[in-house]
Design a protein around this ligand. Structure first.
Ligand SMILES: *Cc1c(COP(=O)(O)O)cnc(C)c1O
Length: 369
């Protein structure tokens, strides 16, 4: 059937027809009409963090990682030292890309089942005075753990070190306001909780640090300082913008506002998450995390304990039913993940639960025969 599959993946995710339709028009990248869209999305993004006074936002071409890399590369001085609070795969990626950029990166490791510890950060900052910045993943999409952004931000302020936050999978769904949280850079992307298509990221930068970024970048295209100043001066992107993606994000942001903003989105995702966890528990599938650590962004489930179970086969059978799942990202344990985000609600969640039940029952029947 010519019908889109439901993506239960944390980006790309299921988008509305209205968002998709916004991509049916061609735009000239120098044209005033397109520049207006860029200006509009920048305003709407700053609205979300209540950041118009103290922050700017810089859009960047590419997937989310490009924006993380651009942030590290532009915000961290070449002799800077980043401490990454590590409880999963995305944290490790941040440390790796920092080192690739020729900067010093150290990881402070935690159990991937639990949030990182503010107390441990404090201790590390007391012990090592060479640390200039802290790297935090807000929601570690690997296992789905939410990290304590506010507490970490307060400690960074107290110790006068910079904070770089990868809020890729949380921004738009979880509350982030600069009225109570300070950071140097916070990164997200178009294809996550704003429910648009993937292809661009955006970085909130504290105005007070922007000028200090000059000359930090070792990359031409990932230089946020240049991207920012060029955009301020001309209203244009420095290199070819992803025009259709910008147009889609603009339409998605309008729908975000119409739905009721971050609180409404969180309420819908929470409903999705509860429907999913409850439904799957009834067919014997349990989350990897303890209940209190589950975030309504993505849920990691332990693989079913049948000899017959194999993720690939399970994935393909559920795909036949119209749903795209996500593999686990844990090294030690066999898991799979289900995203709660995207233009879906509890109805799709009830349907996917029913589909998984059907698929697993079939697998068991085959096993018994
Ligand atoms: C999605 C995501 C990213 C970016 O991944 P890309 O594949 O580069 O888009 C980075 N960090 C986190 C926490 C994410 O969830």
């Amino acid at each position: 059937m010519d019908r889109d599959q439901i993506l239960l993946t944390p980006g790309p995710l299921t988008t509305t027809l209205r968002t998709k339709k916004a991509m049916l028009k061609d735009w000239g990248s120098w044209d005033a009409d397109f520049n207006k869209i860029t200006a509009k999305i920048r305003t709407q993004l700053l609205d979300i963090i209540e950041g118009h006074e103290e922050y700017v936002v810089v859009p960047m071409q590419g997937s989310g990682t490009f924006s993380v890399e651009a942030s590290i590369n532009s915000v961290l001085p070449r002799d800077g030292h980043l401490l990454v609070l590590d409880n999963g795969a995305y944290c490790k990626r941040m440390a790796t890309l920092t080192q690739k950029m020729g900067r010093q990166a150290t990881t402070l490791s935690f159990n991937e089942k639990e949030p990182v510890s503010p107390e441990a950060l404090k201790k590390a900052l007391i012990e090592d005075k060479t640390i200039t910045h802290v790297g935090l993943i807000h929601c570690e999409t690997g296992a789905g753990v939410l990290n304590p952004l506010k507490e970490i931000s307060d400690i960074c302020k107290e110790f006068n070190v910079g904070l770089i936050v990868d809020a890729m999978s949380s921004f738009g769904a979880l509350p982030i306001s600069v009225k109570d949280i300070q950071f140097d850079a916070l990164i997200s992307a178009s294809g996550k909780c704003l429910e648009s298509v993937p292809g661009m990221g955006f970085i909130f930068l504290r105005k007070a640090i922007v000028e200090s970024m000059q000359g930090n970048s070792q990359s031409l295209s990932l230089d946020l300082y240049d991207q920012y100043h060029y955009m301020e001066k001309t209203g244009q992107w420095r290199f070819t913008p992803p025009t259709h993606i910008v147009a889609a994000l603009s339409e998605a942001l309008d729908q975000f506002v119409e739905e009721g903003g971050q609180t409404a989105r969180l309420a819908r995702y929470t409903d999705n998450c509860e429907t999913l966890v409850e439904g799957l528990s009834q067919i014997g599938l349990e989350p990897f995390l303890d209940k209190e650590n589950i975030t309504p962004i993505i849920v990691t489930f332990l693989a079913p304990k049948y000899d017959q179970y194999d993720f690939k086969a399970f994935y393909n059978a559920v795909k036949e039913e119209g749903f795209i799942l996500y593999p686990g990202k844990l090294t030690e344990i066999d898991t799979f993940r289900v995203g709660c985000i995207g233009a879906i609600n509890h109805k799709e969640m009830r349907q996917v639960v029913a589909s998984m039940k059907y698929v697993l029952e079939n697998m068991m029947t085959i096993q018994e025969n």
